[in-house]
Design a protein around this ligand. Structure first.
Ligand code: 4AD
Ligand code: MG
Length: 435
């Protein structure tokens, strides 16, 4: 199995004076008839290289002068400490081989967001996107690690589904051999609940699809959804796992991705607070009081919190907050009533700090079949399509619940992004499905 030296391996004092070979792409380049100064990048970092016409074969010097940005190269040379170089070291080249001479790279400085989106396949190579994708990789690994560490089984649900779970208005219709009534998954939930009777505690990380007609900085039509479902839960278990998962993910990123957070110029205040402090928990009714007292914003009881109100609330805290016990009418059909107050349900939204919005939605699940059927009908759904789901309440029903964690929403917050689109390599939105 091949291993090769990366730039970050040689940006070290103990490497000074040593010979090394690096592989990478040309990040910046300029030359005269005596020298070529070529900044190289690889997955790990960048390094300035100096090609002196007197120290390399003639054809190597010519290649170094001719090769354009993004040409792929294999170079050899000696590492020297150089405080003026962009990453503090320089490679004094003894051999410069071009693997592929790139054509003129279309992306140059200061291009429009639209141009970069059209050239997303090339923009991925930017230092910003590389940093975000590394953090994303840590986030996925940390989610897995969290759930496996708590003895959850990884379980997979279908993407083609004949039911809705989160409201009919954001369903994507599929032309399923000309059949109607087949959709892309909004969530794994209705296919996860049947499996807790076998596995008890399960999780997944999978794509979810929402036909969001809104163009916002928080909505994708295809996003990655980390979901969990567990038997025997109490409502507090759902909140406790959500909080512990977020803490674990943020902790891993802080441990492993300091260089990337620095490159993104991320202020770490809310990330550090998130791993250090318990998340404030409040009911929806309390949240309305806070909005009234602290933001002079009066929301009539029963109305859902909009993005703008969530943002106002989140500004008062430096960690995510957990809002619970929403009015039944604004939440999904499967959320369990609060026994002593059936106007509200045991549902929770986690709202990220700094205005990054809802990052987790979860609940304890309703177990009364008649209540579920009534709420489905209220939404204009035919309970006949949900009989497989209602069977979960017919044969050994248990208290249970779960949540969904919006992976790109969390990455957006961790990285401090302006738009959720940068949290995924090839974002899909209402107006963008290419490249
Ligand atoms: O709140 P939601 O709709 O909840 C569910 O889907 C439940 N069935 C989950 C469960 O209990 N298993 O979605 C969960 C999370 C939201 O909190 C949000 O973070 C994210 O998914 N999300 C989106 N992320 C990006 N783009 C969108 N269009 C999103 N819609 C929801
Ligand atoms: Mg939600």
């Amino acid at each position: 199995m091949q291993e090769w030296t990366h730039i970050s391996d040689v940006l070290k004092d103990e490497m000074a004076g040593k010979e090394t070979e690096l592989r990478g792409w040309i990040y910046r380049t300029r030359s005269s008839n005596k020298y070529a100064f070529v900044v190289l990048r690889d997955a790990s970092d960048i390094i300035q290289t100096v090609v002196d016409a007197q120290n390399v074969p003639k054809e190597d010097f010519e290649a170094a002068c001719k090769a354009l940005v993004e040409s792929s190269v294999i170079v050899k040379g000696k590492i020297m400490k150089e405080p003026r170089a962009p990453t503090g070291y320089e490679l004094h080249i003894t051999s410069f081989k071009v693997v592929h001479f790139a054509e003129k790279f279309p992306i140059t400085k200061d291009q429009s967001i639209e141009f970069l989106a059209d050239n997303r396949h090339l923009w991925l190579r930017s230092r910003k996107m590389t940093a975000i994708m590394k953090i994303r990789s840590t986030v996925f690994g940390a989610i897995d690690e969290y759930f496996k560490g708590k003895n959850f089984y990884e379980y997979h649900s279908p993407i083609f589904q004949a039911v809705q779970c989160e409201g009919g208005s954001t369903l994507f219709d599929v032309d399923y051999f000309k059949q109607k009534g087949v959709f892309l998954a909004q969530t794994w939930q209705l296919y996860a609940e049947p499996a807790i009777f076998a596995l008890e505690k399960i999780y997944t990380i999978a794509p979810s699809f929402r036909a969001e007609k809104s163009k916002t900085s928080r909505h994708l039509t295809e996003y990655w959804h980390a979901e969990m479902e567990m038997a025997w839960s109490e409502f507090t278990d759902i909140q406790d796992h959500g909080e512990a998962l977020i803490k674990h993910v943020v902790k891993r990123v802080l441990e492993r991705n300091q260089p990337e957070l620095k490159l993104l110029e991320r202020n770490l205040k809310t990330l550090e607070a998130t791993i250090a402090k318990p998340f404030p928990r409040m009911t929806y009714t309390d949240a309305l009081k806070i909005l009234k007292e602290q933001d002079a914003t009066e929301i009539p009881w029963g109305k859902d919190l909009r993005t703008i109100e969530e943002d106002m609330l989140s500004k008062h805290y430096d960690t995510p907050i957990i809002v619970t016990e929403y009015p039944k009418a604004v939440k999904a059909f499967y959320m369990k009533e609060v026994p002593e107050n059936p106007d509200v349900v045991q549902g929770c939204d986690f709202i990220a700090p700094e205005g990054y919005g809802e990052i987790i939605g979860g609940s304890q699940r309703e177990d009364k079949i008649a209540e579920i059927e009534k709420r489905l009908k209220d939404q204009g759904e035919d309970p006949a399509h949900y009989q497989f789901y209602l069977d979960t309440r017919r044969y050994g029903s248990v208290p249970h619940g779960g949540f969904g964690f919006g992976v790109e929403r969390v990455i957006s917050w961790i990285c401090g992004l302006d738009n959720i689109k940068d949290a995924i390599a090839f974002p899909r939105t209402m107006t963008r499905w290419t490249p």
